[in-house]
Ligand binder design. Structure first.
Ligand SMILES: Nc1ncnc2c1ncn2[C@@H]1O[C@H](COP(=O)(O)OP(=O)(O)O)[C@@H](O)[C@H]1O
Ligand SMILES: [Mg+2]
Length: 347
């Protein structure tokens, strides 16, 4: 069985409390998960459950106060800035907002060549590589000389994906990468993620609150609830026969395109809710009110976040180690054209 590429083990992340003697806020409470080479692990959960925090911890952008994150067998929870920079050729990121994640003053060629020249790739070679990257994400090569504002949201997200691919990473943290796109664009960009994975063998930590998306793209799924992973396992199993009450509610609440199935799902949901004991209901209830510590929206641009990557950190561990199944059935309720997710080759 292949060793995991990423192992998050009992990870705790605490944000400092605001004000005098404020208690720190524990956003991740002992999270464990692993991701194997070439695999997509979907991370789902309601807003505020800690998904982004986990992704940022893997990228060294969240304060790790317990547990560990290992990449390729090496602990990366507390790297310094330079070590973190070196890791950029291994672990990359695609953020949600294609409007704020690209520098508006740079041409597409400059955006894509930047990570290459920073690693000493010569100008001419970098140019050739930029053409290949644009080709890989389905953009014409004359996109090179244009600015981000000349592109649609979906095209910008393709550019962000090309940038993430520039250094041939083995893992990409994708934080809601299609959530800002309209539905048909979502489907095409998701298929691009899958095609790229099939061609390059890159692994994804794929964060989303959208259950149709997670069904479509994931080999395995982890469900986050209030800073903990409450359920994880094979994608089909978790999405079609969830074991944890929170997951059951989450997935039963997901909209389904087919009206008959939808009606059936509604009925199941009603029956399920009626069957819950009051204790489970209490445990299961989402946050009663917004967390006052939550950052104001748009507080920090993601570019600024990425630049300010001062603090390295990470961790949690999840997912069982069952060997990957040989194939997975196509999903007819997924976004876009139905397709199966072949398992990554195990060796
Ligand atoms: N920089 C921060 N400082 C303090 N609290 C934060 C910070 N970032 C996130 N949080 C809090 O951590 C919790 C998890 O947030 P987040 O990881 O963004 O959740 P999700 O991505 O699942 O919506 C939320 O309660 C949020 O308010
Ligand atoms: Mg988030």
């Amino acid at each position: 069985m292949t060793d995991p590429l990423l192992t998050v083990d009992d990870l705790v992340v605490e944000y400092p409390g605001k004000g005098f003697r404020a208690q720190p806020f524990r956003a991740l409470k002992g999270v464990s998960l692993d991701i194997r080479p070439g695999e997509t692990v979907g991370l789902v959960g309601e807003s505020g459950s800690g998904k982004t925090t986990l992704g940022r911890a893997v990228l060294g952008l969240a304060p790790v106060s317990g547990g560990s994150i290992s990449y390729d067998g090496r602990d990366i929870s507390h790297l310094n800035r330079r070590q973190r920079r070196d890791l950029a050729s291994e672990i990359q990121v695609v953020f949600q907002d294609p409007y704020s994640s690209l520098n508006p003053n740079l041409t597409i060629e400059q955006i894509l060549a930047e990570p290459l020249t920073a690693r000493g790739v010569a100008g001419k070679e970098a140019k050739g590589r930029v053409r290949d990257l644009l080709d890989a994400v389905g953009l014409p090569s004359d996109a090179r000389s244009r600015l981000p504002r000349e592109f649609s949201g979906g095209q910008r997200q393709r550019i962000a994906i090309a940038r993430a691919l520039a250094l041939d990473p083995k893992l990409i943290v994708c934080d809601e990468p299609v959530s800002a796109l309209d539905l048909s664009t979502q489907a095409r960009v998701l298929d691009l993620f899958i095609d790229i994975q099939e061609r390059t063998g890159v692994a994804y930590l794929f964060i989303t609150h959208d259950l149709a998306v997670v069904r479509h793209i994931s080999h395995r799924v982890a469900v986050m609830y209030r800073g903990e992973i409450v359920e994880s396992g094979d994608g089909d199993q978790v999405t079609s026969a969830p074991a944890h009450p929170y997951t059951q509610r989450l997935f039963m609440a997901a909209p389904i395109p087919d009206p008959d199935k939808q009606e059936q799902r509604r009925r199941e949901r009603r029956e399920f809710l009626a069957s819950l004991s009051s204790k489970e209901k209490r445990h299961d209830r989402p946050h009663p009110r917004p967390d006052p510590r939550r950052r104001p929206p748009r507080a920090a641009s993601r570019e600024a976040d990425a630049r300010a990557e001062g603090r390295p950190r990470p961790g949690g561990r999840l997912l069982d180690h069952r060997p990957a199944a040989a194939h997975r059935p196509a999903r007819d309720d997924a976004v876009g054209r139905p397709r199966g997710r072949p398992r990554p080759a195990m060796g």
